[in-house]
Design a binder for this molecule. Structure first.
Ligand SMILES: O=C(O)c1ccccc1NCC(=O)[C@H](O)[C@H](O)COP(=O)(O)O
Length: 282
């Protein structure tokens, strides 16, 4: 099935590149990976117990919607994110549009002890063996396209290799399809891959479709502490944040940017308590 006419030209170019990489990997064969994965839900629980907002911070040097590129050492960026309290990391491995690489992911995973998500556009089983990671992303919308494998088959193939799988959706219908395929970790992307526009209302609208036993992640467009609080209020078990932490245009402090979002809830609670205290003394 292909509903491909809806996809933005920049996203179509990403998908075409993913198909080409899948074909070249299939040609060269290559060994099947066997992952000893660090638990993503365990990392979220540890963050919650510690009063931190469970956050996946994304090493995203650039993107089709980013002004500029961050050329710092990806391992240093990743270590700063962990120092800022990130429960897990996401690492772009797509080279042509996001400046990522499998080499960067390998180096980061060796340097940190939190779970690492491989952020790429996986459409064929042969792509699963490009590199080991704790979590793998599958995007429902992309697996509609011609020349891609079936979502349930890919999910099973990824689990057979030891990956935990984050299945990304954008609509209630895609959440249903993710669940029917057996997804246990579901992301709702606030970025519409058809128009590349971001609307945090997407997560708020779609989240009620996911049952309680699913780990639900709000992805994209989360920039401020208020955004983080709104996504948590709407039911996000965790947040996935790239651009606001990377700050490619400003080259800002990645550790401080991470900490600001991770402490959003504890800071809000402290502020409310301080306001109550002030009122009592007036
Ligand atoms: O980020 C993009 O420009 C983009 C363009 C086309 C397809 C996917 C894209 N992003 C992938 C992502 O899912 C985000 O990197 C991730 O959710 C973080 O989003 P943000 O915090 O808004 O950087």
């Amino acid at each position: 099935m292909s509903t491909g006419g809806d996809i933005a030209p920049k996203v179509r170019s990403i998908l075409d590149a993913a198909r080409e990489r899948a074909a070249s990997r299939a040609d060269t064969g290559g060994e099947r990976v066997a992952v000893d994965a660090r638990s993503l839900t365990g990392a979220f629980e540890a963050a919650e117990a510690d009063g931190r907002v469970p956050l996946i911070a994304e090493v995203k040097p650039t993107s089709p919607t980013t002004d500029g590129e961050r050329t710092d050492d990806p391992v240093e960026l990743a270590e700063s994110m962990v120092a800022g309290g990130a429960a897990a990391l996401s690492v772009l491995t797509e080279p042509e549009h996001f400046g990522g690489s499998t080499d960067a992911l390998e180096r980061i995973r060796a340097a940190v002890d939190v779970p690492v998500l491989r952020k790429d556009f996986v459409v064929r089983e042969s792509q699963l063996d490009a590199v080991e990671s704790d979590v793998l992303l599958l995007i429902v919308r992309f697996l509609d396209e011609e020349g891609t494998d079936d979502l349930a088959d890919l999910l099973a193939a990824a689990r057979e290799r030891g990956f935990q799988v984050l299945v990304e959706t954008h609509t209630a219908e895609e959440v249903e399809r993710a669940l029917a395929a057996g997804a246990e970790i579901v992301g709702v992307n606030n970025r519409d891959l058809a128009k590349l526009e971001v609307d945090l209302g997407t997560f708020e609208d779609v989240a009620p479709e996911a049952p309680e036993n699913v780990t639900l992640i709000a992805e994209s467009g989360i920039a401020t502490t208020n955004d983080a609080l709104a996504m948590r209020e709407a039911g996000a078990d965790a947040l996935l944040v790239g651009s606001a932490i990377m700050d490619a245009a400003g080259g800002g402090d990645v550790e401080a940017n991470t900490r600001r979002l991770v402490t959003a809830e504890s800071d809000a609670t402290a502020e409310t308590a301080a306001d109550a205290e002030t009122e009592t003394h007036q």
